[in-house]
Design a protein around this ligand. Structure first.
Ligand code: SDX
Length: 430
């Protein structure tokens, strides 16, 4: 029988506080602690290891079994049968589109890919060597100045248009951040291309010659976007929800999500994983780095390994490994030393007691960098492409939060450990 309540009793009181237990459709139950504050108590949970911040219908993760569902559909089936715009539609609307809805959605995105021409100036305010994530945080935030009407987050139609604009323009913003970085002219979107092909065109086309995206690579990129689209209440999605809870416009929310994703413990791990593999350099040095990863006095961690929720293989990592094989075969790089090194590192780590006991498995970031590097995408763009993909999830989660009857401004409390009251001391007496 599922519990219906928890009882909170303090050892200096005989009056227990009843706390309802809420049951979801899948996964763990939650103890509803909302009325604790009324009794003068808060819970303490830095990093939110034991805290559910919201209820959501969008994504379900089972960390024990390594399951990931988007609106109930297993990620393996979505990665196999859908394209990224279709998954974005599913995340935002709750159902897979029928043929007409799918075409209309794709056409709408295609027809919103251009940026306001004055936004070019936002890029040009940066030095050429600015990290693409710094550029994206700024350009996406600046979109609020070009579309001020979206300050009204209470209007569902305006929220829908903001979703179109963000999903459609993120490939342009991402690709142009790269073009600006390498000093090439911006490549404008081509309406004849699909979402992933268009992004590859804007990344790699130059004015001097025709560019045709390799369909195998475009499909691989499309799958990479699907694998990164949403992931429940991770750090950047929680950031988007907290920023959005104050009623901030959608561009500010997504810009904040990009900023949070940038961290090496989160979306920056794919870039850090490849740098780690380049530093290891050779299979003969794997043991040295495994030793360092286990050494508490060494800050080194095995990047691309471990996860707050998955205590089994991240299902996305397995699909990414398969995509890696396909891309390297297509490019004739099946002997790619970096991929061989990653496979060996994964094998050794998964046989090592430390990683087994702590249930540390490869996560989505372990193979993604190898695939993107093989496709000619530089390290510095890996997290930017993660942000491009996660924009779909951020929008869906933001929309769900805004339209939820439980929507309130996020305002956690604290355990105060500072000075008790004391009086001011004039500077001459300090
Ligand atoms: C993403 O949340 C999401 O869903 C994120 C994400 C998404 O799609 O949004 O899945 C995307 O961010 C994937 C994670 C990418 N990050 C990395 O690959 C960076 C390396 N991994 C870690 O730093 C770590 O595993 C985290 C940040 C991912 C999770 O950190 P937790 O849950 O806070 O776990 P922890 O740091 O407390 O680690 C638990 C133990 C510790 O040892 P003890 O103190 O218990 O002895 O495991 C050890 C850690 O030292 N550990 C590692 C390790 N990860 C955890 N030791 C060596 N190498 C690692 N990678």
């Amino acid at each position: 029988m599922k519990p219906t309540k928890a009882t909170f009793t303090l050892d200096n009181s005989t009056d227990p506080i009843d706390l309802p237990v809420l049951t979801g459709s899948l996964g763990p139950n939650v103890v509803d602690i909302r009325n604790l504050a009324g009794h003068g108590y808060f819970t303490y949970d830095p990093g939110f290891l034991s805290t559910a911040s919201c209820s959501s219908n969008i994504t379900y993760i089972d960390g024990e079994q390594g399951l990931l569902y988007h609106r109930g559909y297993p990620i393996e089936q979505l990665a196999e049968h859908c394209d990224f715009p279709e998954v974005a539609y599913l995340l935002i609307n709750g159902e897979l589109p029928n043929a007409e809805q799918k075409k209309n959605f794709a056409d709408t995105l295609t027809n919103h890919t251009m940026l306001h021409d004055q936004m070019n100036n936002v890029f040009r305010g940066f030095r050429r060597d600015a990290h693409p994530m710094a550029v994206m945080v700024s350009v996406v935030g600046a979109m609020a100045a070009f579309y001020p009407e979206h300050a009204d987050v209470s209007d569902p139609r305006l929220r829908e248009i903001a979703a179109y604009r963000l999903l459609a323009k993120m490939p342009t913003v991402t690709a142009w951040s790269y073009k600006y970085n390498i000093g090439q002219p911006f490549a404008y979107p081509q309406n004849r291309l699909n979402y992933a092909e268009n992004f590859m065109h804007m990344m790699f086309a130059i004015p001097c010659e025709q560019y045709s995206p390799n369909p195998i690579l475009a499909r691989a990129l499309d799958r990479i976007l699907i694998l990164h689209a949403d992931h429940e209440q991770n750090a950047s999605t929680s950031t988007v929800r907290v920023v959005g809870s104050s009623g901030a416009n959608p561009f500010a929310c997504i810009s904040a999500g990009i900023a949070s994703l940038w961290g090496p413990l989160h979306g920056g791990a794919n870039e850090a994983t490849l740098r780690m593999l380049e530093e290891i350099g050779d299979i003969s040095r794997i043991g040295e780095y495994i030793k360092r990863a286990k050494d508490k006095t060494d800050s080194f961690r095995l990047m691309g390994f471990g996860h707050r929720v998955y205590k089994n293989m991240d299902p996305r990592a397995a699909i990414m490994r398969q995509t890696c094989h396909q891309v390297l075969d297509e490019l004739g790089l099946h002997d790619d030393p970096m991929f061989k090194l990653a496979l060996k590192l994964e094998q050794i780590a998964l046989e090592d007691e430390y990683f087994v006991s702590k249930r540390l498995y490869p996560n989505v970031d372990f193979y993604s960098g190898i695939v993107m590097r093989a496709m000619g995408i530089p390290n510095s763009m890996f997290t930017a492409i993660f942000a491009l993909a996660r924009t779909a999830g951020w929008i869906a989660q933001w929309n769900e939060m805004i339209s939820s009857p439980e929507h309130r401004i996020a305002r956690p409390r604290q355990l105060y450990t500072g000075q008790a009251r004391r009086d001011f001391i004039p500077v001459g007496q300090r």
